[in-house]
Write a protein that binds this ligand. Structure first.
Ligand code: TYD
Length: 203
């Protein structure tokens, strides 16, 4: 049997990654893989409690980063690694690239500090593949405007999301081997065609 893979979905709020993630996981299952779908912040009881705090309470940018990585450690040790060891594929809605994009890019936090946290929490462990759903901020904003309620991040200004988007693209430059860029401004059908190609390329 092929080695189970750890795949992450990333992008600014409103990119549509959550919808595509469900379809992607289902397609993997149809080709015979056992798949666990999870998310960050969250994915464990501790992580989901931290998510509630992170999405609703105002805090210092570095507190935000520490809590994101605390939730992540729990997620990796309790959920992600045990699943991979059992041959189960893991598809996560966000992972550490989101911390570099949102806390690093959006909030302007020192990237060296984020790298220290990354090294502490998951040295030598990275996703096998990261799908970056990229689109102009105005398009994402239009999609978000259809939501009835917006969380603390979704309420941020366009300038914040512009910085998040650029930080994601920088992250891709730094890790070209694991990133695949998806043009999320396309129609859902066109995005699916791109995702099908990605799935075909997986061993
Ligand atoms: P999101 O995937 O957007 O949840 P939903 O689709 O249910 O709204 O994730 C929640 C928010 O958390 C998102 O705005 C980005 C933010 N976030 C960070 O700022 N840093 C991180 O490390 C992670 C994982 C998420």
């Amino acid at each position: 049997m092929n080695k189970a893979k750890f795949i992450t979905f990333e992008g600014i709020d409103g990119a549509g990654k959550s919808t595509h993630l469900t379809w992607f996981a289902e397609t993997l299952r149809k080709r015979g893989n056992e798949v666990l779908v999870t998310r960050e912040p969250g994915g464990t009881p501790v992580g989901e409690n931290l998510r509630d705090i992170l999405l609703n309470q105002t805090m210092h940018a570095e507190t935000e980063a520490l809590l994101m990585f605390a939730a992540r450690l729990e997620h990796i040790e309790q959920v992600i690694k045990p699943a991979l060891q059992r041959g189960i594929w893991v598809v996560s809605d966000r992972f550490s690239d989101a911390s570099f994009a949102y806390q690093g890019g959006g909030r302007g936090m020192n990237v060296a500090k984020l790298e220290q946290l990354e090294c502490w929490v998951h040295e030598n462990f990275q996703p096998d593949l990261t799908l970056l759903f990229d689109l102009p901020v105005e398009v994402a904003r239009q999609r978000l405007s259809k939501n009835i309620t917006l969380d603390r991040f979704e309420q941020e200004k366009d300038s914040f999301f512009e910085k998040v988007r650029q930080a994601y693209l920088e992250r891709r430059k730094k890790h070209p081997d694991r990133f695949v860029l998806i043009n999320a401004a396309q129609s859902p059908e066109q995005v699916k065609v791109n995702l099908e190609k990605v799935i075909l390329s997986l061993s």
